[in-house]
Design a protein around this ligand. Structure first.
Ligand code: ZN
Length: 133
C-alpha cells in the first residue's frame, strides 16, 4: 500500500457538499464524474498528496443511498493506492480479508478498484485502487 489515495464521503446533495468542501479545503473540485455501474456521481478535491471524493447516489439502489439510509452522511470508505491491484487482492484474500470483487473493476478517476468488506477491517470499507495506465 502506497498511501491513502482518497477518503470517500457519502453526501445527500453533491452541489451543496461541493460548496462546503470548497470552503473547507480552499480549492474547487478538479473533476466531477458519474459512474453508472456504481450508480453514483462523484466529485474530487485535491488535499495535499491525498484526495477527498464526495459521492451522491443516482438512485435508491445505489450503495451510497443504502449507506446514507442506514448511517446517514459521512465517511464511506478509505482508499489506498497500490502498484499491482491483482497481487494485492491475492495477498489479502490469502490473509482472510473478504474481497467484494475478486476482479478489479473500473472506478472513478481513471482507477482500477476493488473493495474489502467492512467486517474484514474493523468496520471500515476499504478500497484498493490502481491508476489505469
Ligand atoms: Zn473511492
Amino acid at each position: 500500500m502506497n498511501k491513502i489515495e482518497h477518503i470517500g464521503i457519502a453526501v445527500k446533495d453533491l452541489e451543496a457538499a461541493n460548496k462546503t468542501y470548497e470552503a473547507l479545503l480552499g480549492v474547487a473540485p478538479y473533476k466531477s464524474e458519474t459512474v453508472e455501474s456504481e450508480s453514483v456521481t462523484t466529485s474530487f478535491f485535491h488535499c495535499g498528496e491525498s484526495k477527498i471524493e464526495l459521492l451522491e447516489a443516482l438512485n435508491e439502489e445505489s450503495a451510497i443511498a443504502k449507506s446514507i439510509a442506514k448511517r446517514g452522511e459521512g465517511i464511506h470508505h478509505i482508499a489506498f493506492s497500490v502498484d499491482n491491484i491483482e497481487e494485492e487482492i491475492q495477498r489479502l484474500s490469502k490473509q482472510g480479508f473478504v474481497v467484494l470483487n475478486e476482479r478489479p473493476k473500473k472506478g472513478a478517476d481513471n482507477k482500477w478498484v476493488a473493495f474489502l468488506h467492512p467486517k474484514s477491517a474493523n468496520g471500515v470499507l476499504v478500497e484498493l485502487c490502481q491508476e489505469i495506465e
